[in-house]
Design a protein around this ligand. Sequence first.
Ligand code: 8YV
Length: 326
Amino acid sequence: MSGRSRPTVVVTRRLPAPVEQRLAQEFDARVNQDDHSFTTAELREALRGADALVPTVSDRITAQTLAVEPLRARILANFGVGYNHIDVAAAKARGLVVTNTPDVLTDDTADDAIMLMLMVARRAGEGERHVRSGTWTGWRPTHMLGTKVSGKTLGLIGLGRIGRAVARRAHQGFGMHVVFHDPYPPPANVVADLAAEPKATVEDVLREADFVSLHSPATPETRHLMNAERLALMRPTAFLINTARGDIVDEAALVAALERRQIAGAALDVYEQEPHVTPALLTMENVVLLPHLGSATQETRVAMGMRALDNLAAFFAGSAPRDRVV
Ligand code: 8YV
């Protein structure tokens, strides 16, 4: 293809080098050199000036943003599996195709959930802070006792790709009993292979689980799914883990539940208003806080980028992109 005929693609954040190299080879790429978070004005400009946009979770692509005239962009190839930051109905109404990057980040995100479960149960963050503070006085039988993970009950809210990968790790690796609720469960043979026990309601899971891990997409239905009432159903010895989306947990209600000792702790990778974290959480030793690291490995971020570029390449070649969501 000649330079002139190559589609113009705006990528809102810096991507790993191999992805940017391919991007430059195949497209007329406009890269965000200093990796700043795009303003609404910049997003609108990109929609007016480019054939495609590669956004990330740090971009809010609202109906108002999508209302630009004239609209040149024809596809939003999201870098990431979750696309709740894009108003897909508005995108569809404007004739835009939207794609995401599933599968390639499943293992890393499941690893992240297991890591958080272990960290919060075994007080890993607190222990690290203790050693680094220089106040550790030495080993003793009663020092910093945590909660045993192996053999406990893990409750999964959502048994999609990532939920299933967590179930496998928990059951096969830690001998955990896995219970779950999913309004759209996978086929019975898949559930049986995982040795996961279905529950009729979210509440049933919450009442039984020693660890509750969230794996639902962020939708209007799942917004604040973990509210004050549901948090109160968890066991006082149980921990909440969220690697899905911040919107699923009412962060203020979580703080209240932790303050009242209604639950034993929480481990979060995602927040309601990223990068803002409700200040009270920062002060709690029984809370583990990570900066949205679910898919943050070199291998996976390259794979996500390549998958987004595959979707763009297919679209501009006139074929169906593999990961079309609308
Ligand atoms: C990404 C994620 O890092 O893919 C997702 O949905 O939450 C993360 O793995 C982020 O969304 C990239 O846009």
